[in-house]
Design a protein around this ligand. Structure first.
Ligand code: HSE
Length: 403
């Protein structure tokens, strides 16, 4: 029997215990031994819970129990999770986590500690919830030179954008609904400002480059400025608006961004609706592959954590190779990247003048927005685009076009 502990009995932690207990036969058979949850660490009490007797608020009891071989870190946040994780790894106890904040900030370091102590720091659940993307990058896609990754990595914002698109609801209304349904937090900043997606694309990019792509260096824009007017234009163009995390190879260097993009009907990401997530990976030999599923929620996320527990159980005393070194990837500045842009301009009389400023541009209009027009530019470097639009006070907003 392999004894494990679960730190944090919240949505994901409770899901981990549920998956292990409900799918006991599958988990044990595939791990090669029975997996037993011996402790649940939480400062709260859970009277009446069937696992009440396993709950402790004493981390020392767990870390000093020689029977504990694997810990699931489902606490979230950095404090005290970072210390708890590091101390466990230093004792040779593998840690399986869903904590994207921790992985984005300390992934390289904690993998290094695990390697030194012949155990594992596994984090499948940190990106895309239940979607198997981390192990795919670390194993199936290893022969590939990865040219790019583009993903819908945040379920809350994808739900909100889907409702705005399909039901014409305003940003404020969909945010209120998302909060009511428990998707968005009372303080929704991490989701709507793109910070959550930013950490996820940083983790994926770090695995592609084998070095740390620092999340705080990724240009990040959220969805707070997206309006129903933008969706009216998007419809005219046969597109939708999605919050994408994009990472791509630019002449051997990495560029990464999180921002709302216009995505065409023909693109597979267009069909990713509601709270679902999807990641498209482009390899030089394989071409594009897409991974789709539930990016959040108790059971899907917990299933990914338990997949890691099984992997850790199969490799007790042995580090599973994972290339993510502590050195930093220098990112290409966004000014050097070329996109097409959709620009909204006020004053219908400005059309000829503004169109003349952008070679090969085309005009788009919607009956829903009087007294303004939209312009689709040719592909151009962001620096040049921003220089030009700086001189046009009538510009209302712009959205990059994903192609
Ligand atoms: N808030 C995140 C989301 C949870 O909405 O996708 C999963 O990381």
């Amino acid at each position: 029997m392999i004894n494990i502990a679960v730190m944090g009995y919240g949505t994901v932690g409770a899901g981990v215990v549920e998956v292990i207990q409900h799918n006991q036969k599958e988990v044990s058979t595939k791990a090669g031994d029975a997996i037993n949850v011996k402790y649940i660490l939480d400062i709260r009490k859970f009277p009446g819970d069937p696992n009440e007797s396993l709950v402790t608020d004493d981390y020392e009891k767990i870390i000093n129990d020689p029977e504990i071989k694997i810990i699931c870190e489902t606490m979230g946040g950095l404090k005290p999770a970072y210390d708890f994780t590091k101390r466990a790894l230093e004792k040779g106890i593998s840690v399986c986590t869903s904590n994207k904040e921790m992985v984005a900030a300390y992934g390289a370091e904690l993998i290094g500690v695990a390697k030194e102590h012949n155990c594992n720091y596994l984090f499948e659940a940190s990106v895309g919830g239940g979607i198997p993307i981390i192990r795919t990058l670390n194993s199936s896609l290893t022969p590939e030179r990865i040219h790019g990754i583009a993903g819908i990595l945040n379920g809350t914002t994808n739900y909100m954008l889907t409702k705005m698109d399909e039901e014409g609801e305003s940003y404020d209304d969909v945010l209120a609904t998302a909060q009511k349904l428990g998707y968005a937090e009372r303080n929704p900043e991490a989701d709507v400002e793109g910070y959550d997606a930013c950490r996820k694309i940083a983790i994926l990019s770090s695995l592609v480059y084998g070095k740390t792509v620092r999340f705080d260096e990724i240009h990040t824009e959220g969805i707070t400025k997206i309006s129903t007017a933008d969706f009216a234009y998007a419809k005219e163009m046969g597109k939708s608006i999605k919050l994408l995390g994009v990472s791509m190879d630019v002449e051997g260097r990495c560029f990464a961004i999180v921002a709302p993009f216009l995505v065409d009907k023909e693109d597979p990401l267009y069909c990713v609706r509601d709270v679902f997530n999807a990641v498209v990976v482009e390899g030089n030999m394989l071409g594009k592959t897409m991974y789709y599923g539930r990016g959040a929620g108790s059971r899907p996320t917990a299933s990914a954590v338990v997949g890691d527990v099984i992997d850790a159980a199969k490799h007790l005393g042995k580090f599973i190779f994972c290339l993510w070194e502590d050195s930093k990837v220098e990112l290409v500045p966004k000014d050097n990247i070329s996109w097409k842009y959709f620009v909204r301009v006020s004053g219908a009389d400005k059309e000829t003048e503004v169109k003349r400023m952008f070679e090969n541009s085309s005009v788009v209009k919607t009956t829903k927005c009087d007294g303004e027009f939209g312009l689709i530019t040719d592909r151009m470097k962001e620096r040049d685009f921003l220089m030009k639009t700086k001189d046009i006070p009538e510009v209302i907003s712009y959205i990059r076009i994903y192609e």
